[in-house]
Design a binder for this molecule. Structure first.
Ligand SMILES: C[S@@+](CC[C@H](N)C(=O)[O-])C[C@H]1O[C@@H](n2cnc3c(N)ncnc32)[C@H](O)[C@@H]1O
Length: 210
């Protein structure tokens, strides 16, 4: 590599670090969006109104394993950990290593496990951490922009991975997550949150039987 290219790369790295420090989690999230716009699918993390509404129906007393797909910079992780039982576990799965490294650096809670991987491998991931099934799975995945065929594959694996009585929770600007949930789950409740950039659709897919 030529000398000026090395120096250009160093300057870019320094600027990324400065931006991250200045904007905190939002800076990291925006950097993740710039690097993988299709996989991240949004430039701003979810609002606290979305978080509150999405987690509203969760029965925390019965929740031993909560899984989250696409945690980004952990917008949902902290509220989930605040409510999770002391003997519960939160496993988060994200394909973006930048986000997983950030979460491992900033969340120190013995109930928290951050996995660099894909939601489609949820069954193997939870098994590798000693669980047969999850009570709830939350998804922030941009289903409408995922590669062809990946959405249905994730929805089917999610249905198998959730115990009867549990639920699949999704929030998305478009209706694709809800449409997929309706194909795999017994009952689906839906909602809408205006106070989010952009306003988003919420869905709770309930698994009644195996
Ligand atoms: C819209 S962001 C969600 C951000 C965050 N949950 C929030 O509410 O602010 C979508 C996230 O999904 C991740 N992602 C995309 N495809 C994935 C996959 N197949 N498995 C796991 N994570 C994935 C992206 O890296 C990104 O972190």
């Amino acid at each position: 590599m030529a000398g000026y290219e090395v120096s250009l790369e160093r300057t870019a790295t320094r600027w990324k670090q400065k931006l991250r420090k200045f904007f905190g989690p939002w800076g990291v999230f925006f950097q993740g969006f710039l690097e993988h716009p299709v996989m991240v699918g949004s430039i701003i993390p979810s609002s606290r109104f979305t978080i509150r509404k999405m987690l509203g129906p969760v029965d925390w007393g019965r929740c031993r394993l909560f899984v989250e797909y696409g945690p980004g910079v952990g917008t949902f992780c902290r509220p989930v950990l605040d409510k999770l039982r002391r003997d519960g576990t939160l496993i988060v799965i994200d394909t973006n290593k930048l986000f997983i490294d950030y979460l491992n650096r900033t969340i120190s809670d013995s109930r928290f496990i951050a996995v660099h991987g894909s939601a489609k491998d949820v069954e193997e991931i939870i098994r590798a951490h000693g669980h047969d099934q999850a009570d709830y799975i939350l998804s922030g995945l941009p289903f409408s922009t995922l590669p062809e065929g990946l959405g249905p594959c994730i929805a089917a694996a999610t249905h198998r991975a959730i115990r009867p009585g549990g639920a699949f929770l999704t929030y998305q600007f478009s209706k694709s997550a809800q449409n997929l949930t309706e194909q795999y789950f017994d009952r689906v409740d839906s909602g809408f949150e205006l106070l989010n950039i952009l306003p988003c659709r919420l869905a709770w897919g309930w698994k009644d039987t195996e």
